[in-house]
Design a protein around this ligand. Structure first.
Ligand SMILES: Cc1ncc(COP(=O)(O)O)c(C=O)c1O
Length: 367
């Protein structure tokens, strides 16, 4: 087969053979109504600022987050990297939680592009406390020390199990960051999941940071796109980086229309994904050999640990039955609920997992 599929952390099957895809909320397909909105979108040259749909989406995200302006980008990774490029100079240090996306999953972009390095703070479920932050900031009086300039948070925390930074905790981090003269950036890949699950507004969360983005291609069900928001000065600089990196687009309104559609129709429904994650958690809790309680389920991400079998083994048995779940480590797995997963899919997936796990002796033997 050419081209070869890119290596991923979990085993791959052809998409058409997978009936229930719990590997990520990026597995969503645009709905017929979303495709119709995309087809009808008024468009223009985005890289000249002339695409009406992109401009409408950016205004919408700026309003939602209470920021001056926003910029449309192809991916969440580009939002993080451009924010780092704007906030940091070469040699700067970024503080963030252990295992955050910018640490493990962005190709060391902070180092490669901005010349900044990342120090991970001891964290629980993707969250660190103000003391850990304060202690990690390099002394400004010591000329040999790297200059700490940025702290980043993920809302929700991916590797932290979809956990939500409570507003008060975020405020405490903000206060410390401000006291230390640090800028603060929020990776909001799943900010709207946090909003729907907590009842706190996006604006309230975003008020605590200098820059923030939301992803359209995850729980919101769009095929592509993310929008990064901040002050006028921040967004002006972000535009320079976007064009420098080749992120300028042409008739991107087709993509922005999907985002506008999703903001109107796919936000409240995230509650269904959270309920489905809870349903799966409840079912897994009753299956011998599975430990689900290490990371409580707050939103649409669910991590579980296997006591007798390897994750690769369970994943491949499930794949053979058309169900895909991500492998996180030799003994842990991640399931993600999203718009293309129904309650019936969850019940079916739970039944199949129960069936496969009942055969734990065979799983162990083939592991
Ligand atoms: C927390 C987090 N940040 C950033 C990203 C990157 O987003 P994208 O895939 O749109 O580049 C992801 C993707 O899964 C993520 O989970």
């Amino acid at each position: 087969m050419f081209p070869e599929p890119l290596p991923t952390k979990s085993s791959t099957l052809m998409k058409s053979e997978i009936r229930i895809d719990l590997v990520s909320d990026t597995a969503t397909r645009p709905t017929a109504a979303m495709r119709e909105a995309m087809a009808k979108a008024p468009v223009g040259d985005e890289s000249r600022g002339e695409d009406p749909s992109v401009n409408a989406l950016c205004r919408r995200v700026a309003e939602l987050t209470g920021k001056d302006a926003a910029i449309f980008l192809p991916s969440g990774t580009m939002c993080n990297q451009i924010a780092i490029l704007v906030h940091c100079r070469h040699g700067d240090e970024i503080l963030t939680a252990t295992d955050s996306h910018i640490v493990n999953s962005e190709g060391a972009g902070a180092a490669a592009l901005a010349g900044a390095f990342i120090r991970e703070l001891p964290s629980v479920r993707g969250m660190f406390d103000p003391d850990a932050l304060r202690e990690a900031v390099q002394p400004k009086t010591y000329a040999r020390a790297p200059r700490t300039s940025l702290v980043t948070v993920e809302q929700t925390n991916n590797a932290g199990g979809g956990s939500i930074w409570p507003l008060a905790k975020l405020q405490a981090i903000r206060e410390t960051a401000r006291g230390e003269g640090l800028k603060m950036h929020m990776d909001g890949a799943r900010l709207l999941n946090a909003v729907v699950a907590s009842g706190t507004t996006a604006r309230a969360f975003a008020d605590e940071v200098d820059s923030v983005w939301i992803d359209f291609s995850k729980g919101l069900g769009c095929p592509i796109g993310a929008a990064l928001a901040g002050s006028h000065a921040f967004i002006k600089e972000a535009w320079t980086w976007k064009l420098r990196l080749g992120g300028g687009m042409r008739q991107a309104g087709i993509m922005a229309a999907a985002g506008l559609y999703a903001l109107d129709h796919h936000v409240e429904r995230l509650a269904e994904d959270h309920a489905n994650a809870q349903l799966l958690a409840a079912a897994l809790r009753d299956i011998p050999g599975i430990d689900i309680d290490l990371t409580p389920v707050e939103t649409n991400l669910l991590f579980f640990t296997l006591m007798d079998a390897t994750a690769e083994q369970l994943a491949s048995e499930l794949l053979a039955k058309g169900i895909r779940i991500g492998v996180e480590s030799p003994v842990s797995m991640r399931a993600v609920t999203h718009i293309d997963i129904s309650r019936a899919d969850i019940l079916e997936a739970a039944d199949v997992i129960r069936e496969v796990m009942a055969d734990a002796d065979r799983l162990r033997a083939t592991a």
